[in-house]
Design a protein around this ligand. Structure first.
Ligand code: DC
Length: 231
């Protein structure tokens, strides 16, 4: 069967990764979480003291160090889920903390960071047969993707999902803080100068505020079958 590229974009914490991962597993495609790459760069910045105390980034220093930042993905043999590696270390857990979440947007807004990530993402999609989720996959990374989905859900529902996720991992978090972080990231993601979050003209809109994971899964599979058929 012909392989296609599937681009899944949307707001933070709206379940993009879950749906993209599940679909990729079911259809035997590679799954790439592009947000994990921006998170890994952010973790690198935190570990290398590239944030000033006022939260701004030492841009020139980061730009100089970009070539020393190597991000890769490997499948966890037990769960078959991809794990993110930063310079050879498994950072899958560390990149999901609230600390990384609250520092990632300004890092993802830097042109030289985006160019480096987009280049790597395009290389990963060369052979097609890939599901990638993020903010600019259908607009900047793969503007010719055969299937583009734009996912959204209300900020409150998204904050609740992230809250439940972090709680389940045993992290001490406040719902209000998470909601503030979700709204702030929405704002930064939509208003940044380079590749702001927006729906590509040919992306199919999915509001999953009131959909179960099973319903969403079925809907997505249908869109996939249609797209493969039409391509
Ligand atoms: O999807 P996520 O929450 O893990 O993404 C982390 C951050 O990275 C988010 O604030 C926006 C940014 N991002 C981006 O700018 N472009 C992408 N393709 C993916 C994520």
């Amino acid at each position: 069967m012909k392989k296609i590229i599937i681009a899944i974009d949307g707001f933070s914490s709206c379940g993009k990764s879950t749906m993209a991962k599940d679909l990729a597993k079911e259809i035997g495609y590679i799954y790439i979480d592009s947000g994990a790459m921006y998170r890994a760069v952010t973790l690198y910045c935190l570990e290398h003291h590239l944030f000033r105390t006022d939260g701004s980034i030492r841009e020139e220093e980061l730009q100089r160090q970009m070539k020393e930042i190597h991000i890769s993905f490997r499948l966890n043999p037990d769960t078959q889920r991809p794990m993110t590696f930063l310079n050879g270390n498994n950072v899958e857990e560390q990149i999901r903390t609230l600390e990384v979440s609250s520092h990632v947007s300004p890092v993802a807004a830097l042109g030289f960071v985006r160019r480096a990530m987009v280049e790597q993402q395009q290389a990963m999609g060369k052979e097609k047969g890939i599901v990638m989720d993020g903010r600019d996959i259908g607009t900047a990374v793969f503007p010719k993707a055969e299937l583009k989905i734009f996912v959204t859900a209300s900020a409150e529902i998204r904050a609740q999902r992230r809250y439940d996720e972090l709680k389940a991992k045993g992290q001490e978090v406040s719902f209000d803080e998470i909601l503030r972080n979700v709204k702030e990231r929405d704002h930064i993601d939509q208003t940044r100068e380079i590749s702001p979050l927006r729906r590509a003209d040919d992306a199919i809109l999915l509001d999953n505020s009131h959909l179960t994971i099973a319903e969403q899964k079925e809907w997505l599979k249908e869109q996939f079958n249609k797209a493969v058929h039409e391509s």
